[in-house]
Every structure is written in C-alpha cells, then in structure tokens.
Write a protein that binds this ligand. Sequence first.
Ligand code: PLP
Length: 509
Amino acid sequence: MRGVHGVENAENDDACSGAFSSHEGNGIEMTASAEDAERSQLELSPEEMLALASRASELLVARISGLSADPPWRGGTREELEPLLRSAAPEQGRPAREVLDFAAREILPRASRVDHPRFFAFVPSCATWPGVLADYMSSGYNVFQGTWLGAGAPSLIELVVLDWFREWVGYPETASGLFTSGGSAASLDAFVAAREAAGGPERPSVYMSDQSHTALSRAAHIVGVRPEYVRKVKSDGRFRMDMAELARAVAEDRADGLTPIAVCANAGATNTGAVDPMPELADFCEAESIWFHVDAAYGGFAVLTEQGKALLRGMERADSIAMDAHKWLFQPFEAGCLMVKDVRRLESAFSVEPEYLQDTQWGPGHPNFGDRGLQLSRSFRALKVWMSIQTFGVAAFRRAVAKGMELAERAEVYAIESELLQVANPASMGVVCFRFNPRDSGLSNEELEAINKAVQAKVISTGTAMTSSTRLRGLYSLRFCILNHNTEWTHVRETLEAIERFGQEELAN
Ligand SMILES: *Cc1c(COP(=O)(O)O)cnc(C)c1O
C-alpha cells in the first residue's frame, strides 16, 4: 500500500514509475499486480498526480496570459451545448489527462470571462493567482472548517482575516463573523441574527431601498418575512434611500402591528454604485431600535482607499456588514463574508449543540464557525484572502481598488466630453451609467432605447467587450462596472469609442 509519508512514497517510487512509464504519463491504468488489485481504484500515483497538476497549471496559465486576446464572453444556448456536452456517466474511466483536456477545451471556455480586462458587465471578478492556488491547497488538504477541533489553525486564520476586515471597516474588537459563499448567504445569516435580536416576532418586516440587490429580498423572505413586508423604500434623485420615506414606512408598519427587524443600506448599489446615507440610517436605527445591516457586497473593500472610506462613513455603526472578497478583493468565487458588530448575537442566533458534536466544544476563544451560520461542512475560504494579502501586501490591493474608481471617473469625463454620449448616472464606486445620445439629437426615449439596445448587442457580438444594461428611472442605460485590477484606460476608452461608432452606425440605418 502506498503511505502518506514521504519515505514510504519514496520506497514505492520504482514500482509506481515503472507502471507509469508504460503509459507515458497519460493514463490512469496501471499494470496489473497484486499491489494494484489491493489499491483503491480512485487513487493516482504521485507521478500521475504531479503530471496532471502540472498540465492543469499549464492550461490555466495559458488561459490567463492569453485572456485579453480572447473575447470577454462566450456561451451558448441549451440547444448548442447539449450535443457537445451531454453524456451518460461512464461505467469505466478513461485517461485522466484526456478528461482534464476535455474540460479545459470544451467546458470551461464556454462561459463569461468575468476576469477579462474588458468585462464591464454585472460585477466583474478577477482572481489573483495565490487566491486560486489557496482554493486548490485547501481542497487538497480537504480542510473541514466547521469546528475548531476540525480545523484549529485554519480557524485561527479565518479569525485573523476577519480581524483585518474588522479593522479596515472600523469595527470594534467585539466584531467578528464568518466567510460565506457570497453576499446572499451573508445577508441571510445577518437577517437570522436580526430576527432573533428582535425576539423572533410573528409579523416581521424589513426595509431596503428600491435599488437594493434582489439577494436581500430573497434572504428576508427565507427568514420568514412575507414578500409584501419586504419594503422597497423609494430612493432619491441620486438613487439613495429617502430617509423621510423610510420613516413613514416604518411608522405605518408599526401601526399595522408589524415588527421591523432590519433596515438595510447599500454601500455600493449594484445598479449605480449609490451609497445610502449611512450616518442618518445609523441614527434612525438607533432611535427605533432596529438592526442596521449594510450590504457592502461589492463596494465594501473600497474602505481600503481614502475616497472609499469617506464615501462609506457610518458603515462602522451598522450591526452587520456583508462583503464579497470575490468582487473587489480579487478572489475566486466563493468568498463572501459577514461581520456582526457583536458576534455573540450571531452565535446565539445559530448555536445548537447536538450530542454528536459534544467533543467539539472547546470553550471561549475557540469558535466553531459552524455555529455562526448555516453551514457545518465548510471550506477554508479565508485562506485565499490570507495568501493573496500576504503575497502582494495591502498597499497593492489599495491601489487596485483605487484604480477601478479612477477608471469609472475617467469614463464619466469621457462621456461628458463626448458629443455622442450622455451620462445617466455619475461614477460612483467603480460604476458609471450612460447612453448613446448625440447632443441635440431630438430622439425620443423609445428611439434611444432601440439604438442603445442594438449597440449593447453589438458590443458583445463583436467581442469588443462585455457590458450590461440597466434601467434608471425607467430609462434604458448602459452600465460599466470597472473592478478588474488588469483593466487599463485603453480597454475602457476603446470600448467607449466602439459604442460611439456602433451608435452612429445604428443612426445611419
Ligand atoms: C453581488 C451582490 C450581492 C449578492 O452576492 P453574492 O455573492 O452573489 O451572493 C448582493 N448585493 C450586492 C450589492 C452585490 O453586489
């Protein structure tokens, strides 16, 4: 049998490499022997593992280095993809390298390249290499990050990284939380804590602006808030929560016998990058004794910069904050995070202590992350942040975040100066919205919508860039979200120029 220790592996080397060389490093089949018969059929030899991992690294590095020469979007309809990819689960396997190459050639490229320097749609995500390798390593060690017993040092690293975030946002030492799949799960966990803090009322209500992410309404619904009591408060002229509207909604609902359990602020709304008035919201929630939650899923890491810190002032007064390291902290999916100002409120909401986990109660200072949220079996997500920050340093991340904001501002200036573009919403937190609308064009909104839709489709079909559109106060608008540390001004400028050109072509038609 092959052992786990280096010495035993070395002893087995000859036997393994002998069998291996007969297949030239490609296969998983081995020469039959008594040893092989005994061995797990799910195991590869060390040489095969290395060869396969090197091949995977080679493919990945080639993909990442060649990214900007590729179009930022590929995909396909169900009809197109089914014949390429549908197969029954094979009873017998085939060479591992063949399987890997198939995945790299036929499956993985047929998707959005959210890390492409000209991917400006939705919320981009461009992972750093140490973050990618951290996921590989933690999968390889198969860390069980649900209890301290299960993962001592990894749990401490999760605490350490959460403490970095805590200091960045200006939270006190009582604050901590957990890594989650993303902002959706983080908001869900926050609402459970909020509901419990409000005493688990029978008819709970939650408040957010009409610009809030749908993840929040879904999370509120899941924790037991009826959809009609997930209040979408009107936003003001700059897409920020209207405080008077909020106060009115809360007063009305209280009069109707509802119990408000949470008010949510956008710290970077997905649509426009808008930041709700957090100091006012904090005052309001304090006076009304309502849990104050901040959805900083994409915008939160802007606190690393001076400009972002100023924009996000008041965030530190929230009861909870959700942030996605897989967005503006350049980590691979999934790397969401929830921080609760008094982490005991999170633990008391989630903690249950079944008999079969009694050995895992190590007492104060040894949190079981499984007691801070939904997941018991959890991966070691914090490692990617830790490895990336250790490798590049916070200063490099600060510059990368600042660059996104600067590029969005430059795009806004470009649109202001252009005879052909019209700003729909100024740059905020890396997001800028505009539409093709030649000065004094006299075109109706309907005509402009048709033209801009055609432009948007052409930007994608020509492989120029990946952009997405939105609707602002009912008007169709193009939207750039620029959060990629590899995006340069030329990428942005060339896309803006293409939009001007495509718009003029549409006009001429
Ligand atoms: C991305 C995002 C979410 C949802 O987070 P997931 O990580 O996709 O679960 C929620 N709110 C905002 C503002 C976001 O940008």
